[in-house]
Design a protein around this ligand. Structure first.
Ligand code: NDP
Length: 280
């Protein structure tokens, strides 16, 4: 039997990661000779673990919380999109042996929004949160030419600093949460980690425009607090980040194997496994 190429996801915590399951489905679809495992790697052990992985023949890695900035530092070369957001979620061995760092999060979000027929062009967009995830998706959102993008964060200075850093890529303004009152948005994206604690960022009701869409980057086996809030605000769609997770994984899979898996069947299968509905 042919030897399987080795891939993995490193993060901390990692045991609830859906990535091994997603990649297993991609492998089954595409008949690749590869395996994909998950390993808990704390930040202080990252450089040793990643060096060991590649020294022992590993072909590619995904890096998740809290390792994306460290993966950026580790990579010998970076793609333009990784350079822009200064974070790497995908490492790949190049033909010359160098390690390439890329970031597929932004592309994953935009693809999932398009799959759900959410058009950013000319939309009034609100992005909540100014952490690593916002950093990864800001430029890809701005590339879609929204009418404007407001970046709101609990710690206002982080929103202002990030908006300043990305204003080269389009119209983006920093904000606190209180200043959002009275404004209207066609698309509200939650990139805070509040959902991980089943909390809602402190935004007022009434800021979602008619037919507006809510999108939470977080996902779980139940609707997140933000997804539930979106439904209460009569959002046309109130989605969580499961589709983005699958799409960013598919982009990483393509970087490694040069073959695109069918993401729809994987997303449908993960949705069916959760079987929740907002009416429950
Ligand atoms: P970070 O820790 O880097 O940033 C967290 C952000 O959330 C900060 O802006 C912080 O504000 C804000 N925050 C935390 N708690 C609250 C709260 N109770 N109210 C308001 N704001 C709050 O996390 P990441 O950016 O890496 O991740 C954010 C989310 O995105 C996570 O849920 C993660 O799982 C998800 N994600 C999903 C992906 C997918 O593929 N679906 C990919 C990447 C991320 P402050 O600065 O004031 O502390």
């Amino acid at each position: 039997m042919a030897k399987k190429d080795r891939y993995a996801v490193f993060g901390n915590p990692i045991k609830h990661s859906k990535s091994p399951r997603i990649h297993k489905m991609f492998v089954e679809q595409t008949n690749q000779q590869m395996e994909y495992t998950a390993k808990e790697v704390p930040a202080e052990k990252f450089f040793t673990a990643v060096t060991d992985f590649f020294d022992h023949g590993g072909k590619g890695l995904n890096c998740t919380l809290p390792l994306k900035e460290l993966a950026f530092d580790f990579a010998d070369e970076k793609t333009e999109r990784a350079e822009i957001c200064k974070a790497v979620n995908t490492l790949a061995v190049k033909a010359n042996g160098k390690i390439l760092g890329d970031n597929t999060d932004g592309c994953g979000l935009i693809t999932d929004l398009k799959n759900n027929r959410v058009d950013i062009k000319n939309a009034r967009v609100l992005l909540l949160g100014a952490g690593g995830a916002s950093r990864g998706i800001l430029a890809p959102i701005l590339e879609q030419s929204p009418r404007h993008l407001i970046l709101a964060n609990r710690t206002r200075k982080k929103a202002d600093d990030l908006a300043e850093e990305f204003h080269l890529y389009g119209f983006v303004d920093g904000s606190g949460f209180a200043e959002l009152k009275g404004k209207k948005f066609d698309l509200i994206i939650n990139a805070t980690s509040a959902s991980l604690y089943d909390e809602m960022p402190p935004v007022e009701s009434g800021i979602l425009a008619e037919n507006g869409v809510c999108y939470d980057l977080a996902y779980g086996n139940r609707p997140t607090a933000f997804v539930r809030w979106g439904a209460e605000q009569n959002a046309r769609l109130s989605l969580d980040g499961l589709g983005m997770l699958v799409e960013q994984a598919a982009e990483a899979f393509y970087i490694w194997r040069k073959i695109r898996p069918d993401t729809k069947v994987v997303i449908d299968s993960l949705h069916a496994a959760r079987r929740f509905s907002l009416d429950e």
